[in-house]
Design a protein around this ligand. Sequence first.
Ligand SMILES: Nc1ncnc2c1ncn2[C@@H]1O[C@H](COP(=O)(O)OP(=O)(O)OP(=O)(O)O)[C@@H](O)[C@H]1O
Ligand SMILES: [Mg+2]
Length: 649
Amino acid sequence: MRLPRLSLFRLERAAPAALAPVPVTLTPRVRVQRLAAEGRTAHRGGVADLVAPASVRCSADHLLLDGQFARVLALVGLPPEVADGWLAPIISEHLGADVSLIVQPQDAGATAHSLRVQHLRLQAVMGADEDDAVPADPDITAADEQVEHLRHALARRKENLFSVGLYVLLRARSRAELDALTRRAQDAFARVNGRLVIAHFQQEQGLHSCLPEGRDQIAKRHQLETTSLVTLYPFPPATLRMPGGVPLGYDRATHTPVEIDLFDDRTFRNANLLLCAPSGGGKSFTIKLLGLRSLLLDDATDLLIIDRKHEYAHLCEAVGGQFIRLAATSAHRINPFDLPPLGPQQTPAEVLPEHIQQLIGLLEILLAEPDGHLSSLERATLDRALRQVYATHGITTDPETHQRPAPTLPALQQVLDDSSALDENQTARNLAERLRPYTSGSLAGGLLNGATTITLDSRMVVFGLADLPRALWPLAMHLLASYVWTEVRRRPDRQRLLVVDEAWLLLQHAEGGEFLEHMARLARYAGLGLVTITQDVKEFLRSARGQAIADNAAATLLLGQSDATITAVAEAFRLSPGERDDLLAIGAESDGQHGVDQAAEPDNRRGEGLLLAAGRRIKLKVVATPDEHELATTAFREVTGRRAMPGRA
Ligand SMILES: Nc1ncnc2c1ncn2[C@@H]1O[C@H](COP(=O)(O)OP(=O)(O)OP(=O)(O)O)[C@@H](O)[C@H]1O
Ligand SMILES: [Mg+2]
């Protein structure tokens, strides 16, 4: 007979001692059949009769249920130190086990009394040792410390005490299979320093303890305070498959697909994702897959990417996206004078004056000394000049005029030149001179100098920063922020993933850090998911802005790590020793596999990692199809075989 291999976990809180549980007796199925044949409904016997095995044979160390071999094991040794969800390895073992956890709250008064007695006894032993000049027994000292800690916690109502029993019911087709399964279960517990033993001569009681009766007939109890008890909960569902989610790969523990919908606000507090791994760990590759699949699977998500290395150009081209090269001179132009759409709380008459204030902010970046500000006289001069520029183009606060062609930077230059010539206005002359490099000097071929030449309607827009000189960083950040917020205003119904690759480099610039933190904090309110990718976790988390970004990420993906990164990662994301070893092994085993063909070498470990999301810790493996691999790879040989360096044509 083929046995069900499903992992079934029952978490039962036992009824308080005062309420005696209703006894349920197992009646062999033959009896139910007889009752049925006699025309009496099986319900008279209760549900238990329907689900009960036809026969039960009890031996010292196993049971025969309807010819099926079964065995009950009890947890007798608790690990001294545990991580949250430390029972998860049992799920990943695929034991096909029923796990029964029986929790009974303890009476606080009685507990306090017994702890006091224990404390006095331990003190007496320690005192006697001291009198006899015997060195203190570390076990006794440790026990006393624990008892004291618990007494204080109970007195302050920080903890409650519970009596907990944990039993495992295994099923197999043969005795040999049952023995093998038993060893695997015991090994799984031993790996987390727990001890699982066969409940000798108590198999029948064990079976009852594993039925949904809330009765613990074995009574192999452990006293646990609340903090320790919660580490047994929850048995997290092994998989993360969110309806409408984007497939990322599969769970290495359960071999089930992992699908994630970052924008599902019932599961995630925001749609921000943080991705950490050393160079070559597969970060960009993973995000390219996430982005591509988001574009293909639904019509609701757009992609904005800040690309430090111009490595998203190939993908961008393949999906018909817009690649914008931000540099001192660039064929792409974004005219800052274009008026934005009406904001949600704005009246039409407010659009122009508010945009003029925005422009003054941008001009401050262009015209003030580095880290300096414009004087109030300079701001007033610019305000007047900007209003005049719009007026000469027939644009006023009347929304009807907003469709007219917008002025450009040279028009502002003209107005400032004219007013410095006519009124001998020294401030205007000064500003005009400082603006000149952007309109007729060495930076005149830049992004701002002319009418907009790009369409920003594509579902994927990549901003390439590889050629951006240091001096233009503040400008680029201002442009990006205003682009994002204009887009959010223009189409508030859409959701967007804003991917910032190599974010640690952005953080090295004050403006870059400010931009990122601002986005991370506000993304949630704008249907935006900020995907932050970083190589250098230590540096990233050392900065207050990096820490704020990490704190504001509802999901984190850690790919294989190196010796240099693992300590910072383990500390920041509270990795268990097992998780730490896993990430280190992945990092070590992926090295030297740059660009390996995943399909040809399914065992290679690139793309493996740990996904911390929705309260789960999933051992993820990111898998690409050959076509996706071709679009996403940056492996040198694969890229050179494909085309010339992107984004520079
Ligand atoms: N899941 C995967 N399956 C197959 N190959 C992969 C996978 N992830 C990464 N690779 C391979 O490894 C290469 C390096 O990955 P990627 O460019 O994503 O590294 P990275 O972490 O972004 O590095 P850097 O920090 O230097 O940018 C990819 O170009 C691809 O060839
Ligand atoms: Mg990368």
